[in-house]
Write a protein that binds this ligand. Structure first.
Ligand SMILES: Cc1cc2nc3c(=O)[nH]c(=O)nc-3n(C[C@H](O)[C@H](O)[C@H](O)COP(=O)(O)O)c2cc1C
Length: 191
């Protein structure tokens, strides 16, 4: 039996009652049997300072290690002013540096996001896809999981209660696991 696909989940919000963090927690219960999903929390990461990139703060070193250990990354992003939140971009920037030591390079990725608005983080998700180009990450295209009107889909305790959304997340994770296997196989063939 092959080893389970190890997914690292990162939510781009520090808010205690965050819908995106709640969606990521929900995702841990929706992974396929041949995969495991664990979470890296972004709290405690200072603002990026290029003077420190050769010797980054401990939390950044931990992030880079966890990203490298993972087979695939799941980003769960809020939408702030039509883009990804600074806290997420900041973490991405740290782990992409110094030049030549980009921890994200070559990783398969999936994106989902939750917003209180109707469009469900679509604009932020497309910005994140653009960032993946320079990071050399390989995102799953479909399904797109854009959770609009989030206040109606989670209960007061932060549990995702909307069954169609759970199903959508389940399908995204299945797609990520299949994509990760496919990429690993084609990398082996090209070696
Ligand atoms: C600075 C800021 C900018 C925001 N901009 C957007 C936006 O562009 N589009 C949107 O749908 N929601 C926007 N929102 C509302 C967020 O969708 C909402 O705060 C959401 O709950 C944030 O995610 P979280 O619950 O995971 O913290 C914004 C919120 C903040 C604080």
């Amino acid at each position: 039996m092959s080893k389970p696909v190890h997914i690292l989940g990162i939510a781009g919000s520090l808010r205690r009652g965050s819908y995106n963090r709640a969606a990521l927690r929900a995702a841990t219960q929706l992974v396929p049997q041949d995969a495991a999903l664990d979470i890296f929390e972004l709290d405690g990461i200072p603002g990026f300072n290029q003077d420190e990139e050769q010797n980054p703060p401990g939390k950044v070193a931990e992030l880079k290690r966890r990203v490298r250990d993972a087979d695939a990354i799941l980003f769960v992003t809020p939408e702030y002013n039509y883009s990804i939140p600074g806290v997420l971009k900041n973490a991405i920037d740290w782990a992409s540096r110094p030049y030549g030591d980009n921890a994200w390079s070559g990783k398969p990725a999936a994106i989902m996001g939750a917003s209180i608005g109707a469009i469900g983080t679509a604009r932020a998700q497309y910005h994140l896809r653009q960032v993946f180009v320079f990071l050399n990450m390989f995102p799953v295209n479909q399904p797109e999981v854009m959770i609009g009107n989030a206040a109606e889909r989670f209960d007061a305790q932060g549990n995702l209660t909307h069954e169609p959304t759970k199903d959508h997340i389940r399908r995204l994770l299945q797609s990520l696991v299949a994509w990760t296997g496919w990429l690993a196989q084609s990398q082996r063939k090209s070696q």
